[in-house]
Design a protein around this ligand. Structure first.
Ligand code: HBI
Ligand code: FE
Length: 297
């Protein structure tokens, strides 16, 4: 059944990931118009819970010295480590903490729908989990990536405000046709961001925190370039979706990130487009003359 049939039946079309026509993964037929669905907790098999338990256990033990303190402090809020949490249970703790809720979605959703959920402090969490044979890598975000990678920092008030501001900015970016520039901001902060601390560099990006290999690589490998967060430079920068990052952007604090999203981005998009027109985009792994670069300990 091709995607037109599905959208005819349900009003929501499945979303593919990145380039190419990889078949969308997830049951979009059960999604509402805003792309949310119910987390049918009973549908998880024993193998699903076991996959979650193994992913959680492996990642938890390697957090010290690699993940930022705010993440380590909050990850316990996800609840029992031996089975996929019920989203309602997580929300009982998350809502009072920062006003955020997690909502189930069948998988990736269109940017418009995604921004609208973030702007309303509703974080979309994919409801399916990878197969055992995908233990080390899955292309699309699954429940482990979204829950373990993204949700703990939603308990941090400043980061939670940044995520809501990002969603509000995204709705505006859609109208300015600037989604690609804004997607780079999400990619290089929310997904693959590093933060500088007195003890050294630490990961706060969900794509890093939910990856066994990239967590160590991002903070300790010699190959990647680690440059100081600069909004306009970041928005000119290309990224890779299927390898470890060649460039990581480093913030000094979540406050710095939140403040960067306070101004109206309309002039920022104009300046970035002018810089791209005159100097081109910055390739992943490229460092510009004079920019602040971080060495590893
Ligand atoms: N959909 N479910 C889901 N999760 C994401 O992280 C997500 C998405 N759709 C679009 C998207 N992320 C990115 O394009 C953001 O940069 C907008
Ligand atoms: Fe993600």
């Amino acid at each position: 059944m091709d995607r037109r049939d599905k959208s005819v039946n349900q009003g929501v079309a499945p979303v593919t990931y990145g380039q190419g026509e990889r078949p969308p993964r997830g049951d979009y037929a059960k999604a509402s118009a805003d792309y949310t669905c119910e987390q049918d907790w009973a549908q998880y098999s024993a193998a699903d819970h076991d996959t979650y338990r193994r992913l959680y256990t492996r990642q938890l033990q390697q957090l010290p010295g690699l993940a930022c303190d705010e993440f380590i402090a909050a990850v316990q809020q996800l609840g029992a480590p031996d089975r996929i949490p019920r989203f309602v249970d997580v929300n009982q703790k998350l809502q009072p903490a920062t006003g955020w809720q997690i909502v189930a979605v069948p998988g990736l959703i269109p940017e418009e729908a995604f921004f609208a959920l973030l702007a309303a402090r509703r974080f979309p969490v994919t409801d399916w989990i990878r197969k055992p044979e995908e233990f080390d890598y899955v292309v699309e975000p699954d429940v482990f990536h979204d829950l373990f990678g993204h949700v703990p920092l939603l308990f941090n008030p400043v980061f939670a405000d940044y995520m809501q501001a990002y969603g509000a900015g995204g709705l505006k970016a859609s109208r300015l046709d600037a989604c690609e520039l804004l997607a780079r901001l999400y990619w290089y902060t929310v997904e693959f961001g590093l933060i500088s601390t007195p003890a050294g560099l630490r990961a706060y990006g969900a794509g890093i925190l939910s990856s066994a290999g990239e967590l160590r690589h991002s903070v300790g490998a010699p190959e990647p370039r680690r440059v100081g967060f600069d909004l306009r430079r970041l928005m000119r920068s290309q990224y890779k979706i299927d390898t470890y990052q060649a460039t990581y952007f480093v913030i000094d604090s979540f406050d710095q990130l939140f403040k960067a999203t306070e101004p109206d981005f309309t002039p920022v998009y104009r300046e970035v487009r002018a810089q791209i027109a005159s100097h081109g985009e910055v390739a992943a792994g490229q460092v510009l003359d004079g920019e602040r670069e971080f060495a590893i300990a």
